[in-house]
Design a protein around this ligand. Structure first.
Ligand code: ADP
Ligand code: MG
Ligand code: ZN
Length: 491
């Protein structure tokens, strides 16, 4: 069975229905219900105490920062935060859960009714509903590898027990694996902007379970869903969904029925396989957590939290597109991370012409980095260097050709723009009579273009500027050259 893009049979006869459940670890200093450090990478079983181990008699105390982060995320995702939410025990047995239950939220979650807009075809957006966002605690980790006796033993690291999580459950609004990818990308971006999590999938701070079913096109009723777990990158989520959609369509087309089950994604084989069926499904026997009172959030707290929200990626892109005259694509590049967008905007403010800073950054630096397969963070040219180049260009102290040559040197030698400019100090022809002579030559050689200019096509001035620039190997002072070209053509 091919695990490639959804087949045409899928597209014409069947419609996929997808809903995502995303777990996100919160970046609090301490755990959700005790004072243990919430820290990835500590020696195993060093950040534990009677509360997070669930020893008899230990009582949980809710971490206020975790509540603030969860509420912040909820508001950033357009959710309504409940004034009263209830903690519940989700009971199950697993070696990495010594307590025998996770504290979670069930019928009264922290927040509900949110949404994320994702880009759709034809420049439109599609709104994906968020059913709920609730708080819970993480379980520990079973270590099946990495020890000399790993073949016969499993070790436990309980440091992760009690790490504060939010779970974000989407409505079954997603219709394609590509849309799922977009949803996750936007979700992660929003969470990074609000700084509630580092969303590091390798370290498990963001984890995604994908629910998917297919139904004949035109049918309203959803098909039977399968939950795919163990997908640890957004690309794998897309691939797993593509695989699973094809598998389900094949089952139906060959006269069978899709079984409700949990399947695991195997990245090496590029396929899913059954983990447990509905008959073995967990019955978590949720009940209200007797050791924690209802969580009451006042309208004042909710309003104050909302006021703390930073400008979110989509709004920021819209503003920056207008402010810096950017394409949508460029706006995405500049807002890829909040820190980068902040650094860019702080720098652009100091320049003569902020739009030019965006332009130099994207076309000169961005273009070269892309060709080298490097990220913005790895650039030899700093923001200050970019501002300097933009200002020099704006003042006509260097031509764009000279700027390009200087950037070439920067990237060849791994140096910032400032020192390269100081050393190379590109020559400029600022002698008006020398330039006039060259302009006269071009005017004589290009009567057709002169005619076009004089019959009203004023943009032809650019042609002559370009010709003289080429003749001077980019050394003509651009401002002076422009002025003289117009003077000559008008004369
Ligand atoms: P469960 O009780 O099995 O966890 P939920 O109703 O809580 O199921 O839904 C879990 C996730 O599955 C949600 O993201 C939801 O949007 C999605 N979902 C629900 N039904 C379907 C379906 N038939 N096909 C695809 N996704 C679904
Ligand atoms: Mg569920
Ligand atoms: Zn603890």
């Amino acid at each position: 069975m091919p695990a490639t893009a959804a087949s045409s049979a899928v597209q014409t006869k069947f419609e996929p229905v997808i809903g995502l459940e995303v777990h996100v670890q919160l970046l609090t200093a301490t755990k959700a219900f005790c004072g243990c450090a919430n820290h990835f990478g500590s020696d195993p079983n060093t950040n534990i105490c009677p509360v997070c181990l669930g020893l008899p008699g230990a009582l949980p105390v809710l971490n206020a920062k975790a509540v603030e982060f969860a509420a912040l995320a909820a508001l950033a995702l357009n959710c309504q935060v409940r004034e009263q939410s209830i903690f519940a025990r989700k009971n199950y047995f697993y070696p990495d859960l010594p307590k025998g239950y996770q504290i979670s939220q069930y019928d009264k979650p922290l927040a509900e009714h949110g949404w994320i807009d994702v880009p759709a075809e034809h420049g439109l957006t599609k709104r994906i509903g968020i059913t709920r966002l609730h708080m819970e605690e993480d379980a520990g980790k079973s270590l099946h590898e990495g020890f000399s006796d790993s073949a016969t033993r499993t070790y436990l690291d309980l440091n992760r027990c009690g790490t504060p999580l939010i779970e974000i459950v989407s409505e079954p609004d997603i219709r394609t694996p590509g849309e799922a990818f977009e949803y996750l990308t936007r979700l992660k971006e929003i969470l990074l902007y609000t700084a509630v999590s580092d969303c590091n999938m390798e370290e498990g701070s963001l984890r995604c379970d994908a629910n998917v079913s297919v139904r004949p096109r035109g049918q309203e009723k959803f098909g039977t869903k399968v939950e795919v777990k163990n997908v640890n990158s957004f690309k794998f989520v897309r691939a797993a969904l593509e695989y699973e959609i094809e598998r389900q369509v094949e089952v139906i087309e060959s006269g069978g029925q899709v079984m409700q089950e949990t399947r695991l994604w195997d990245a090496n084989e590029g396929r899913t396989y059954s983990m447990r069926s509905k008959e073995q499904a967990h019955d978590y026997r949720y009940f209200p957590e007797p050791d924690l009172p209802p969580l009451i959030l006042t309208p004042k707290f909710i309003a104050e939290t909302k006021a703390k929200l930073p400008e979110l990626p989509e709004a920021r892109r819209k503003r920056m597109i207008a402010e810096y005259d950017l394409s949508v694509q460029d706006a995405h590049t500049l807002t890829a991370s909040r820190e980068f967008a902040d650094r860019f905007e702080a720098a652009a403010k100091t320049a003569r012409n902020p739009r030019r800073v965006a332009n130099v950054l994207l076309s000169e630096v961005g273009g070269r980095l892309k060709a080298l397969g490097l990220e913005m963070e790895q650039s030899p040219v700093t923001m200050a260097g970019i501002v300097l180049a933009a200002d020099l260009l704006d003042e006509g102290k260097i031509s764009s050709k000279q700027m390009k040559q200087l950037f070439d040197v920067c990237f060849e030698k791994g140096e910032d723009f400032g020192p390269v400019y100081d050393r190379e100090k590109p020559q400029q022809i600022t002698d008006a009579s020398a330039l006039e002579k060259l302009i006269d030559e071009e005017i004589a050689a290009n009567p057709k273009q002169v005619g076009q200019y004089r019959s009203g096509k004023k943009t032809m001035a650019g042609f002559f500027v370009g010709q003289v620039m080429r003749a001077t190997k980019g050394q003509a002072n651009p401002a002076l050259l422009n002025e003289l070209v117009v003077k000559k053509l008008e004369g």
